[in-house]
Design a protein around this ligand. Sequence first.
Ligand code: FES
Ligand code: FE2
Length: 367
Amino acid sequence: MADESVAVWAQLSGLKGDDLRDWRMSSIKTEVSNSDRNLDTLPLPFGWFMVAYSDELELGQVLPIHYFGQELVLWRGNDGKPRVIDAYCKHLGAHMGYGGRVNGNALECPFHAWEYNGSGAVTHVPYAKKIPPSAARECKIQWPVSEVNKQILVWYHPFGEAPKWEPDSFDQVHDPDWTDYDKYEWIVHGPVQNMAENGVDAAHFKYIHGTANFPDYDFEFDGHRRSASVDAKMPTPKGEVDGTIAYGTVGAGQSWTKFSGISETLMIAGITPIDQGRTHIRFAFTQPKSEAEGPMANLAKAMKREICRQLDQDKVVWDRQKYKPKPSICDGDGPILPFRKFFAQFYAEWEDGGKNITKLKIDKKTG
Ligand code: FES
Ligand SMILES: [Fe+2]
């Protein structure tokens, strides 16, 4: 398909190198509020969400992070384990992500050196004989942490419920015959649900990504998992080539895509709500070294470029898209409504999978 037939591409033309990286991470300028776009009607989904790569957190390092609309602090104890708690100290409210330090496995607040364990309980006050009971208690909302695939994920649940599943892990990430991660990231002004919906939106592939046909997917919804596979023609510098794409999502925050046929590629994505209006997307690619570094290197690179280019194209829409609780759907669309029913299971605030929405006044919004 020629460039001029996909209008969104014009908005991206000329963006390269640092300009493209800046565009991917910058906020859009808009007069339209989250509420005008119905973004305030969708809760944050619960589940495992990536908050950092493992190599961004050294032994004894402290990092401030902002996800799920909250200030959090992440640290790696001397036992190597990452931990996350609320960033504000129970004592006088210092932000422990700035100036806090690791003592053994505990986090020490910069203001008066109170020490915290990974459950948010104060374990030591260096100048007091007794720790106030309210400070010594574990926090009601816990932030369980899992380090898999060289990524640090936290479990978010608005009511503090314990993890209901484990994130998937992939052997390729640790296989010396596969490349180190090649990493890309975006901030999208939109909810996780819009991004997840993209995978079942069969018609958009042709109109926004320029594929020759609608892909013919086999979809599967299974508990907290969703998967699909498709035989697809992939655009490469040497024209379209037959390949297979398989993807899976694990909860709302973890997803993976495997490409085979032309250049084997595993992409592990972390999709994490920053707040109700914004989402941080990270793509981490690994490929067999024999393909990524050999005579097929250009093809291997082109695969990654094409996947990121598709995300750029989607971002142009997602950044301004309005959430339509009652969309008009036609027969050629993919399984968008079954997808929404599936995704509603991750909204703890919605009772009965969204059939009786008690806390969010979604029915008052026009579709
Ligand atoms: S504010 Fe944290 S120890 Fe005082
Ligand atoms: Fe897309």
